[in-house]
Design a protein around this ligand. Structure first.
Ligand code: SF4
Ligand code: SF4
Length: 191
């Protein structure tokens, strides 16, 4: 993608502070712009801005462009960038926090429906303690591409027939315990 042009009056200095206040976020100041993260990121070719560029944009206060980017939603949390970053910046965790800020502020990604997938996945885990693939894909396609349901129906039926997917969702044992853990994590993160 071309370099976005942003007028100075549209830069958001509060956003910079907000990202720096994420645990580990202040380390973004130490980013050398070396590009090791982008070079090792398996999903960077599909992102509109590479992780290196995204961090430069955060430091420039480009809130809108950062929160609307596909980058934060296409991060697959593989942690490769974190392992290779010479400055030990917690890139993956910062991507998680940016997703959270985007959801809180009602900002949708332009060009990626990954945010919808994440929301549906989270609601299933909240309900059952685990994913249920048939519901995930059905709800996701209904929301983003209803015609895609027809294309994927045969694949889904074949997977069900060969017992590669569970027909009905099953709750994990002691889901109350999981809910307590999630609640505690949310409190610790200040969500
Ligand atoms: S690897 Fe680390 S220092 Fe290098 S560009 Fe990425 S975040 Fe910055
Ligand atoms: S954690 Fe995310 S940003 Fe980092 S290398 Fe993996 S996919 Fe790319």
């Amino acid at each position: 993608m071309d370099n976005p042009i942003v007028l100075e009056e549209n830069l958001d200095l509060e956003f910079i502070d907000k990202v720096y206040s994420i645990p580990g976020g202040e380390k973004i100041k130490d980013c050398l712009q070396c590009g090791s993260c982008s070079g090792s990121c398996p999903t960077a070719p599909f992102m509109d801005y590479s992780p290196r560029r995204l961090f430069a944009m955060i430091r420039a206060g480009m809130k809108k462009e950062v929160l609307e980017s596909t980058t934060i939603w296409l991060c697959s949390s593989c942690y490769t960038c974190y392992v290779r970053c010479p400055q030990e910046i917690q890139i993956t965790d910062i991507m998680y926090a940016l997703k959270q800020i985007a959801i809180e502020e009602g900002v949708s990604s332009k060009g990626s429906s990954a945010q919808e997938m994440v929301k549906i996945f989270a609601s299933l885990v909240d309900k059952y303690g685990r994913n249920h693939e048939p519901q995930l894909m059905t709800r996701f396609l209904l929301k983003t591409n209803p015609l895609g349901l027809l294309d994927n129906a045969m694949i889904g039926l074949s997977l069900l027939r060969h017992k590669r997917m569970p027909t009905f969702p099953r709750k994990i044992k002691n889901i109350a315990q999981l809910k307590k853990i999630i609640k505690k994590a949310e409190e610790m993160e200040g969500y």
